[in-house]
Every structure is written in structure tokens, then in C-alpha cells.
Design a protein around this ligand. Structure first.
Ligand code: PLP
Length: 437
């Protein structure tokens, strides 16, 4: 047998939902793609201009060359000012922030730097799907704990007299404190918490974060906060503000917080992210980082720094890009949830982020939808394939955000991304109306 075979560590990795659904999109060319999480409207002009003028500047030739490995100084400086203010303590720009190729790489660095073979990582379901393969690649064992809806799901048979609500809120999805504690042990290395959450849009309350924090203290483990949607909390949500675990008493020393420029400035293609936390926790991440990516794109970091400097000045004002983005997204969220709920796709209305989960069981009970020819582990998965192939609308099955053992909890759930132009959302609306019309 040839010795030219891939490393054993790859045996734990399965093909993921993105590969399948991007292939579907390439093949069937959907009329509208509400599957992947990226805006299809323009990025803020000031950021784009900053990038253009940074690159096309004959007086600064070095701006197009390598920058400092841990992060471009202008960017780490402004991030230290911003997060220092938000977390309520000084953050050292040189040693407490690491700039990466997107939040994805921040996550990867974290798993590689902290998880030993046999270590356990607690992952709250539904979760951003890469947490599981990253745990396994590092030799760790994922331990899953699901958020559970306070109310029962509506009946599967499409009972016309059903008294089930037409929509629910992401705040209805909660952790059972006893179940959560039962997952901690002396093998736990860290828990990953994503707030606002993808795909549910749940914004964790201060009390929920305090509970998680207490457990991390009791079992002496780290907490990894994936806060890439930190600026997207909707007015009227019970949680009006994003609570940062790192700001809670006693938690700074055991928290690594991850952010994303892609989500922050609607530039997902720029692929810059960061991790901040205490120097001793950041140092191991840096060692991993310098052994794979080393430094990230200099001009993009410079342009982002210019963007952050401006946003820092107008933080909490009506001019803030983050406030304006949230205000524009809340209208899109409300429109989409109204369309879904009047067309038998019961939405869970998110308090944050830019995704909306909907239950398709009532729609699947109508005669117009026939998913029998589709493959996939759950009805939601098969429906998502059918929608893409036969109706030109791309969405993502929520079971992809669950472990295999728990994916039945998302049997009928699909995810819509609503950070899209009104035109895209109107096309989606038309397709959805035609499903039962
Ligand atoms: C929860 C979550 N974390 C991390 C990422 C990765 O972010 P980035 O594009 O900055 O790598 C995403 C992207 O969709 C996400 O939804």
C-alpha cells in the first residue's frame, strides 16, 4: 500500500454542510441565496475608501508589506482602546490582542493552543459548526449541551386547529442549569459560548453568563466567547445590550474573546478577526499563529483601524455604523418574520445576529411540497435541498448546527440569513408565498 496517504487526524473530519450547499448553489443557481451569512449590500464607504487610499499611496510603500505578526500596531491600538472601554479595564495593545485571518482562525488557534488529546470541550447546541471538527482535530472530545425551547414545537401533522404560536423568540431557548453542570468535569478544558448566537440569534442574559462563569471557576476551566455578532442586538429585545463575559467579576483571567471584522463592518471577504484576553492566555495562541499564518494582510488591517478610529469617536451616537446597521437589519428581520409566520414557516425571532430559524413542519404537511426524493439526515435538510433545487431559494438546515446524536432536535428547522438587500428579501418573499399560494 502506498505511504502517500493523508494524516490520521483527518479521519475525524466529515464533509460539512457548506460544501454540500455551495455545490447545490453552483449547480442550481438559486434566484436568491439566504443560506450563507454575508451581506449582499455594499460595505460602508469610509472603510472601502480607507482601503483604497491605503493601498494606492506612493508615500507609504511599506503599507503593502508584512506587518507585525501579532497584529498591525494601528489596529491593535484602536482595538485595545475600544475593548478596554467596553470591558472596563486597560487592555495592552501589544500583548493582549492577537489579529487573525478571521474569527475562524482565532477559533482554530484557540483549539490548537489549549486542547490536549482527551480534553473535553463543552459546546452549546446549536453551534457554529466548526467548533466540533476543531475540537476533534486537536484530539479533544466535544461534549454537547443543547439549548432547549421553553415551549413545545408545533405538531408535525399540520393540524389546522393547532393552538401553537405562529412565532417564538430566541430568548425562549435556554440552558437547563443542572444539565449544563452535568457536562463539566476535571477533563473540561473550556466551554465555547456564542452570543449573539448563530443560528438562533439568542443573546445570553447576564444571569446566564454568570452561571457559566461560576461553573468555569468551580471546575477551573476557560471560557471561549465567540462574539462575532457583538454589535447586532435589536431594539426591543429583552437583552438591550451585549454582555461581555470578560467584563464579569473574576472572569477576565479565564476568558478569551473572539471578534470579526467581517461581521463588524459587513466585509466578510476581508477575513480579519481577533482574540483579546489576558497576556498569559494570548501567548499560546500567538505561538500557534506564528507557526501557521504568521502575519495577516497589512492594508486591510490599516483600513480597519481607520474604520475603528472613526467608530470609536461616534460610539453610541446616531452616526455609529453599528447603530445604523442594526436599525436597518431590524426592519429586515421583522419583515422576514412576518412573511414566514403568515406562510406556515414558524420563525424564532432573533434578538441578535443576522439569522432566523424557522420550523417548516406545517408547510411540509401541505401537498405543494414533496421532499421524498431528497436526501439528508433531517426533514429540514431535505426541505432545504428541495427549496434550492426546485424553487431557487437557498437556506441552510439547522441540524447542521447540532451533533449527530442531537440533530433530531432540529428535525424541522431551517435557517434564513436576513442581512440581504430588500430586493433579495422580496424575491425570497415571493418564492415563499408561492409555496402555499
Ligand atoms: C458564530 C461565528 N463565529 C465565527 C465566524 C467566522 O467569522 P470570520 O468570517 O471572521 O472568520 C462566523 C461566520 O459566520 C460565525 O457565524
Amino acid at each position: 500500500m502506498s505511504r502517500i496517504v493523508s494524516a490520521d487526524r483527518l479521519n475525524c473530519i466529515e464533509s460539512n454542510v457548506w460544501v454540500e450547499f455551495i455545490e447545490l448553489a453552483n449547480k442550481y443557481k438559486p434566484r436568491v441565496n439566504l443560506g450563507q451569512g454575508f451581506p449582499d449590500f455594499p460595505a460602508p464607504e469610509h472603510i472601502c475608501r480607507a482601503l483604497a487610499s491605503t493601498v494606492v499611496n506612493p508615500d507609504r510603500p511599506l503599507i503593502n508589506q508584512y506587518t507585525r505578526d501579532c497584529g498591525h500596531p494601528r489596529l491593535t491600538t484602536v482595538l485595545s482602546q475600544l475593548y478596554g472601554q467596553l470591558v472596563g479595564r486597560p487592555i495592552d495593545a501589544d500583548s493582549e490582542i492577537l489579529i487573525t485571518s478571521g474569527a475562524y482562525q482565532s477559533l482554530f488557534n484557540t483549539f490548537m493552543a489549549y486542547v490536549n488529546p482527551g480534553d473535553e470541550v463543552i459546546i452549546i447546541e446549536p453551534y457554529f459548526d466548526c467548533y466540533e471538527p476543531m475540537t476533534r482535530l486537536a484530539g479533544g472530545i466535544p461534549v454537547f449541551v443543547p439549548l432547549r425551547p421553553r415551549r413545545q414545537s408545533p405538531p408535525v401533522d399540520g393540524d389546522e386547529d393547532s393552538r401553537s404560536p405562529l412565532s417564538s423568540s430566541s430568548a425562549d431557548w435556554i440552558l437547563d442549569p443542572e444539565e449544563l453542570e452535568s457536562k463539566f468535569s476535571d477533563k473540561t478544558k473550556f466551554i465555547v459560548v456564542n452570543t449573539p448566537n448563530n443560528p438562533l440569534g439568542k443573546v445570553y442574559t447576564r444571569e446566564e453568563l454568570e452561571l457559566i462563569g461560576r461553573l468555569c471557576q468551580k471546575y477551573d476551566c476557560l471560557v471561549v466567547m465567540d462574539e462575532v455578532y457583538e454589535w447586532l442586538i435589536y431594539p426591543g429585545s429583552p437583552q438591550r445590550q451585549h454582555t461581555r463575559m470578560a467584563s464579569l467579576p473574576g472572569m477576565w483571567d479565564r476568558t478569551l474573546t473572539i471578534g470579526s471584522a467581517g461581521k463588524t463592518f459587513s466585509v466578510t471577504g476581508w477575513k480579519i478577526g481577533w482574540t483579546y484576553g489576558p497576556r498569559d492566555l494570548i501567548r499560546p495562541l500567538y505561538l500557534i499563529h506564528q507557526s501557521n499564518v504568521s502575519s495577516c494582510a497589512t492594508p486591510i488591517q490599516e483600513a480597519l483601524a481607520i474604520g475603528f478610529e472613526l467608530e470609536l469617536k461616534r460610539l453610541d451616537t446616531d452616526q455609529s455604523y453599528w447603530r445604523q446597521l442594526t436599525e436597518s437589519l431590524v426592519g429586515k428581520r421583522d419583515k422576514l418574520s412576518a412573511v414566514l409566520s403568515t406562510n406556515r414557516l414558524m420563525p424564532t425571532v432573533p434578538d441578535g445576529g443576522y439569522f432566523m430559524v424557522a420550523d417548516c413542519s406545517q408547510l411540509l404537511a401541505t401537498e405543494k411540497v414533496d421532499i421524498t426524493g431528497e436526501s439528508g439526515p433531517t426533514r429540514g435538510w431535505r426541505f432545504a435541498r428541495w427549496l434550492s433545487k426546485h424553487r431557487g431559494l437557498q437556506v441552510i438546515p439547522v441540524s447542521a448546527f447540532y451533533s449527530r446524536e442531537h440533530n433530531c432536535l432540529a428535525e424541522n428547522l431551517i435557517r434564513f440569513c436576513f442581512c440581504k438587500t430588500d430586493r433579495s428579501l422580496e424575491t425570497a418573499e415571493q418564492i415563499i408565498r408561492e409555496l402555499i399560494g
